[in-house]
Design a protein around this ligand. Structure first.
Ligand code: ACM
Ligand code: ZN
Length: 494
């Protein structure tokens, strides 16, 4: 029997048996099992600082006498060592082990859409806890949209008084009555139930940012410009090209009513918003959106056309490029870097703008080639609002035309297709969830976890140390912890 097992291991049928006792996600990069264990109630933890250990990295040694030695160059590494120790501990025992670990990428993120449906503070805090447990370190907070403006801005109170309320929401197809037609060609209809006001006060934001900081998570706030702006324009119609009064959108899709790029008052408004945002968020990066900005209104707007002519810009794309450069420079004066969705590449941004590649990897590949840093989150395999291919899934999904099971997420490699000498520009990646058809936190959690666990491993663990068979075993207890300890409504493993 023993011989048969050895033969199976040699043939690769039992993967990575050497780490069988090490059920940690993401998999640490160098693990040496020393044999034996100590009791968790009997450990003495000693921590020391070693400047030669990479940022966020750590070493951890557990021996049978209960000695636990942790070394790191900073607090984050020490924090991650403690998480590893916690995950190593099973049934009151800690396996004796020596670990040397550091992340593959420095941007290990999760995108959280609070706009289409408001997820709220409780779900948000739980998400941060679960992120930290996976050594994820960037919380990309999508705060403004066509469907809702979710952050209090003191200078513009109508943003939340009006922009955080919509007259209705899309309702699930299962509730559609016979004969009802969809608004947007997808079969979805407006439920006509007022939704909101839902938003975060500045006190809420400060509390959330501090909570995240404690978990070594940087919050990157996103203020969308020039598109996805209908909620703001509904609050202050003069921010649009026509001055028309709208309401925040009740349906999914992309509104063609975007911030007027030719009106100086719009530029000052956005600067004022950014001023308050920078006061609230101490992190080094602010997301300025830039995706899906239809130019129909700009083509007809005398102010937008005047700015294009006056500055000799290359049409409407040039005007968006001018806005991207303006706000990148505005943020730089405040000591911050701008990041934008990959469409901002069309406007020839400066080298300091970070590109978030979502339509595919091409944006990130192009960014790295021209010397811009990039964060990778291509729809396939990073969009966690895509159907996950599990049996009996009660959630509604947007139809992207394919399914995204756990194993596909595990195949994510942010550096794929990037020439080696340009890989330094790939800061990392993230999983993205959008909440048009996600009505509450419980559905959000179902869609995100455990697929986000797979993405977390792709962002932390070196490619050579990843192994799908081994991950499929480690994810079982990890999912149980998500459910029991973090009260996360993680979906089942098939
Ligand atoms: C996006 O999915 N529109 C960034
Ligand atoms: Zn305009």
């Amino acid at each position: 029997m023993k011989g048969a097992i050895c033969a199976a291991i040699a043939a690769g049928a039992i993967a990575m048996d050497a780490t069988a006792a090490i059920s940690v996600v993401p998999m640490p990069n160098k693990v040496t099992e020393l044999g034996g264990f100590c009791l968790a109630t009997n450990v003495t933890i000693e921590t020391l600082t070693d400047a030669s250990i990479p940022a966020e990295g750590y070493t951890l040694k557990v021996t049978e006498d209960g000695s636990v030695k942790i070394a790191s160059s900073g607090d984050a590494g020490r924090f991650y060592a403690m998480i590893t120790l916690e995950q190593l501990t099973k049934d009151g025992k800690v396996p004796c082990v020596e670990i040397e670990d550091a992340p593959r990428f420095k941007w290990r993120g999760l995108h959280f859409d609070d706009c289409r449906h408001f997820m709220g503070k409780e779900t948000l805090m739980k998400t941060l806890d679960a992120m930290a447990y996976h050594k994820l370190n960037v919380f990309h907070w999508h705060l403004t949209e066509d469907q809702g403006w979710r952050i209090e801005i003191k200078k513009y109170p109508l943003l939340t008084a009006k922009g955080a309320v919509r007259p209705g929401s899309p309702k699930p197809a299962v509730l559609k009555k016979p004969g009802e037609t969809g608004q947007d060609g997808t079969g979805w209809v407006n439920n006509n139930i007022e939704y909101g006001p839902f938003f975060y006060t500045q006190d809420d934001v400060r509390e959330i940012v501090a909570y995240a900081q404690n978990l070594h998570i940087t919050v990157v706030p996103e203020i969308e410009l020039p598109g996805h702006a209908l909620a703001a324009i509904s609050a202050y119609p003069e921010l649009g090209c026509t001055g028309e009064q709208f309401t925040p959108w009740t349906r999914w899709g992309v509104s063609e009513h975007i911030f007027c790029g030719g009106n100086d008052k719009v530029i000052s408004f956005l600067e004022d918003v950014i001023d308050e945002v920078c006061e609230l968020f101490p992190g080094p990066i602010v997301h300025i959106g830039g995706d899906e900005a239809p130019k129909k209104a700009w083509r007809k707007c005398p102010k937008c056309q005047a700015r294009i002519n006056e500055l000799g810009l290359d049409g409407e794309e040039g005007l968006q490029g001018w806005m991207t450069r303006h706000f990148t420079e505005y943020l730089a004066k405040k000591g911050r870097r701008a990041i934008g969705w990959d469409e901002v590449l069309d406007g020839n941004p400066g080298k300091d703008t970070i590109i978030m590649s979502w339509r595919g990897p091409e944006g990130g590949i192009k960014a790295a080639a021209r010397g811009n840093d990039a964060v990778m989150c291509p729809v396939n395999p990073c969009y966690l609002d895509i159907e996950q291919g599990i049996d009996e899934d009660p959630c509604e999904y947007i139809n992207y035309g394919f399914k995204l099971p756990l194993e596909l997420c595990y195949g994510f490699d942010p550096a794929a297709g990037i020439p080696e000498d340009q890989q330094k520009h790939i800061l990392g990646g993230q999983g993205n969830n959008w909440t048009e058809y996600t009505w509450n936190g419980s559905e959000f959690e179902w869609k995100v976890w455990p697929r986000m666990s797979a993405i977390a491993e792709c962002l932390w663990t070196e490619k050579k140390n990843k192994d799908w068979q081994n991950f499929s075993q480690r994810i079982v207890p990890l999912r149980k912890s998500l459910v029991k300890r973090f009260r996360i409504n993680a979906s089942p493993l098939r």
